[in-house]
Design a protein around this ligand. Structure first.
Ligand SMILES: O=c1[nH]c(=O)c2[nH]c(=O)[nH]c2[nH]1
Length: 310
């Protein structure tokens, strides 16, 4: 058996000296769900923690005796969020104070950055929804006009319409086998960045009105219909768009499944009754669908250059 010598030893340098150093975990994305009866409130924070202090020997000697791991700092981000996050300022202060109190011999300073993004409650067919939200301010509206000779085609769309529901979504009944580890769930967070494009069969339409209606259908179906899978929600949206708007023949959607994992806080002596989630940015489920009006075919001219659809 080969052994590795992990005894710290100095790596000397003739001319170099360590001037500043820090280490931490950057961009821990957490979502916290607060339940007030049937009404949910969500907080979405991306937190970066880094400590300064007695860290020199980690670099110069390979001596990790003062190296509070970046992984520990990530765990703490979730643990400190268990009983509430408050404002970004409050959470940053809480984190900084905790680190200094927990490792007074090591941590003499640090940097805690907390980014909060805002979500608005979705207003569906039935009014403001209890547990479905839309991200403020990232969304894009698009139109692509293609001409060939006298032939003109209009495709409209939206991108980056980010939505999240903290309940009302299940995923069960899928094939199980050697490589299945995903547990079935009848209550999960579902979140996606909706990309939707639709082809008009006319050159004269109430463009603004139809855009507003399509956007409403996306939000209302996402919020108010129980979802058996993201695919099921995409069908509900696309088919309702076609049934509602005779001017539209084809709807294409691409939706990432932005996974939210319940963080195991048990190692830190805390329970986690679906309160603190790790919002993973990758990998993501990549779900696409093209839905057409029965008896019609999408125009190659119209769709030839529409991006981001595989
Ligand atoms: O809505 C979902 N659709 C899937 O195809 C899928 N696959 C998976 O692992 N989770 C989910 N969720």
């Amino acid at each position: 058996m080969s052994t590795v010598d992990t005894t710290p030893r100095e790596l000397p340098s003739e001319h170099a000296q360590l001037r500043t150093a820090s280490h931490g975990k950057a961009e821990v994305h957490l979502v916290r769900v607060e339940r007030e009866g049937p009404v949910h409130h969500i907080s979405d924070y991306t937190v970066s923690s880094a400590i300064r202090g007695d860290l020199d020997r980690i670099y110069t000697h390979g001596d990790n005796a003062t190296c509070v791991p970046t992984d520990t700092q990530k765990n703490l981000t979730f643990s400190l969020a268990r009983d509430g996050v408050g404002t970004p300022e409050e959470f940053g202060l809480k984190f900084g104070r905790f680190m200094a109190a927990e490792w007074p011999q090591i941590v003499t300073g640090g940097r805690w950055q907390v980014m909060k993004v805002e979500w608005d409650r979705i207003v569906g067919d039935q009014g403001p929804h209890d547990f479905s939200f839309v991200r403020r301010g990232k969304e894009e509206r698009h139109a692509v006009v293609q001409a060939d000779g006298g032939d003109l085609r209009v495709v409209a769309g939206l991108k980056e319409l980010t939505v999240l529901k903290s309940s009302g979504s299940a995923f069960v009944g899928y094939p199980k086998g050697t490589y299945t580890t995903l547990p079935e769930t009848t209550d999960r967070i579902m979140s996606t960045d909706v990309s939707a494009w639709w082809e008009y069969n006319t050159l004269e339409a109430d463009w603004d009105g139809i855009f507003a209606s399509v956007r409403h259908i996306i939000l209302a179906e996402f919020a108010e219909r129980f979802s058996m899978a993201l695919q099921n929600t995409m069908w509900a949206i696309s088919s309702r768009i076609i049934d509602t708007h005779p001017e539209i023949n084809t709807v294409r959607m691409q939706c990432p499944n932005n996974h939210h994992f319940v963080v195991d806080l048990e190692p830190f002596g805390q329970d986690n009754p679906n309160v603190v989630f790790y919002a993973a940015d990758r990998p993501f489920g990549d779900i696409t669908a093209e839905v057409v009006r029965t008896g019609t075919t999408p125009s190659d001219l119209a769709w030839g250059t529409i991006p981001s659809f595989s």
